[in-house]
Design a protein around this ligand. Structure first.
Ligand code: 5AD
Ligand code: SF4
Length: 473
């Protein structure tokens, strides 16, 4: 069956469940782990559930459906899932809540084996390639009262037009491609998300146009490897339809930049090895593309980078940064770094510190290397002891925090364009928004400023946020 008919078939299951739920107020709770791609998948799952008549709750104990969208990039997510399942056992016994688990972790056999053995009360297990089929799996679990296991080990397809219930009315994520072909040796993603495949340009443009019509101001384009958008299709001669001149990531940025109503465009994550000049030029030319670019470093040492299969050297990374800084005015950078990759020596780790000192990132997402079953990194013999990994992590963290403090000073006294997102979580009387460089700014102002881009004068800095005042009332 083709993907269009598959999605239609699922709409029928959504209607069937809606019919069963008629007249009842049923609730669902969802726990999402991991990256923005997973959050976007969860928005689709929420869309399906709400179309079935379920209402969202933040209290898992009162939910009729408890859904998990899992991540397996690092080990701590596993501990979290098993901890939550332990807590849910009693709710299952007392209330009979349906428990469904999906996402990346379910693509790992040792995990699904453990669930079946230790948590036999779980009703539905589905993977990354069967998310679209959640309505059918849920229906069968509800009606046939049989456990459902729906996991496929395939390259993966793209399913358009799934229902979606977005978390925000201001900022929206749009997945432009799925999967990854890079096989960095530490990373599990290529094994659980399948091969790289890009959405049709027309589908992406259509989605962003609809978001603009609904009043969304900021779009984040998502993919494991966004700057190789359509690359595999071109290399393998797979068919895709050019639309509004879009045949690459750079041309996609240019096309989205033209969509009226959208005011900010972000994207995660690009790969340094694929950061071609046409992308740099598009970022420079497109006024709506934010000048904060996420450029995952992972390690600052050429030998470690080689072992990681990243396919760039320390010098190539630094040269790329220099080139981008020279060509893109007001460029800021954020990055991902892993410490304690197998074999990393003290001197090699210091190369990472050196790159951090040189680049002066706006933000650094720091990770302790986590062994992932099935990856080449896990089979490497020279694993770094936990204690050393933690010590290196703390050293990196101290450096990053001192740089952030120093960098924040630069904002004080400047005027920043801020997209106002809502009231501050900690103080209802204050509003919160973000700069182009994604810094949180808190300020006093009228609620009617929400969903507008306004000028704020930055008056003070507080490590993780800035304080601002309106430049005119
Ligand atoms: N251990 C630690 N961090 C990892 N990442 C990916 N795999 C691992 C791993 N096995 C980090 C990378 C990636 C980010 C999303 O997660 O830095 O860019
Ligand atoms: Fe993982 Fe590397 Fe692919 Fe990113 S590019 S998802 S780190 S394999």
């Amino acid at each position: 069956m083709d993907t269009i008919n598959e999605v239609k078939k699922q709409e029928v299951y959504i209607e069937k469940i809606k019919e069963i739920n008629k007249g009842k107020t049923l609730k669902y709770h969802i726990l999402t782990m991991g990256c923005q791609l997973n959050e976007n998948d969860s928005e689709k799952l929420c869309g399906m559930l709400e179309n079935m008549g379920y209402v969202k709750t933040d209290n898992f104990q009162e939910a009729d459906i408890n859904l998990f969208n899992t991540c397996c990039v690092r080990e701590n997510a596993e501990d979290k899932l098993f901890g939550k399942l332990g807590e849910l056992k009693r709710v299952k016994e007392e209330k009979g809540t349906i428990i469904a688990i999906g996402g990346c972790m379910m693509q790992e056999k040792h995990i699904t084996d453990k669930i079946k053995e230790s948590y036999p009360f779980v009703d539905v297990i589905f993977g990354t390639h069967t998310l679209y089929r959640f309505p059918e799996d849920l229906y069968k679990a509800l009606v046939e009262k049989k456990k459902q296991e729906d996991i496929l080990d395939i390259d993966g397809e793209i399913y358009e037009n799934l229902p979606i219930k977005r978390d925000s009315d201001i900022k929206a994520s749009v997945t432009i491609m799925n999967g990854c072909n890079n096989f960095c040796t530490y990373c599990i993603v290529p094994y659980v998300r399948g091969r790289e495949r890009s959405r049709e340009p027309k589908e992406i443009i259509k989605e962003v146009e609809e978001l603009a019509k609904k009043g969304y101001k900021e779009i984040t384009l998502l993919g494991q490897n966004v700057n190789s958008y359509l690359r595999v299709e071109k290399e393998k001669g797979k068919s895709f339809e050019e639309y509004q001149g879009v045949n690459s990531f750079a041309t996609l940025l240019r096309a989205i930049n033209k969509i009226e109503g959208i005011e900010r465009i972000r994207f995660v994550s690009p790969h340094p090895k694929d950061f071609t000049d046409d992308v740099i030029e598009a970022i420079r030319d497109c006024d709506k593309v934010c000048k904060l670019i996420h450029l995952p470093l992972q390690s600052g040492n050429t030998k470690v980078l080689k072992e990681m299969n990243r396919r760039y050297t320390k010098e190539q990374y630094l040269n790329l940064v220099d080139k981008m800084k020279a060509q893109i005015p007001n460029l800021t950078l954020s990055t991902d770094i892993i410490v304690g990759f197998p074999g990393e020596t003290e001197e090699e780790f210091e190369d990472t510190l050196d790159v951090v000192k040189k680049v002066k990132f706006e933000q650094v997402y720091m990770f302790i290397y986590s062994r992932r079953v099935g990856t080449p990194g896990d089979k490497m013999e020279n694993q770094i002891p936990e204690e050393i990994k933690h010590k290196r992590f703390d050293r990196l963290k101290a450096l990053v925090e001192s740089q952030i403090e120093e960098n924040n000073q630069k904002y004080v006294g400047t005027i920043q364009k801020v997209l106002v997102e809502g009231t501050s979580k900690n103080n209802e009387d204050m509003l919160t928004g973000r700069t182009d460089s994604n810094k949180v700014v808190i300020f006093e102002g009228d609620k009617k400023l929400i969903n507008q881009i306004i000028d704020l004068k930055i008056v003070s800095e507080h490590m993780w946020y800035l304080k601002g005042i309106l430049t005119h009332e």
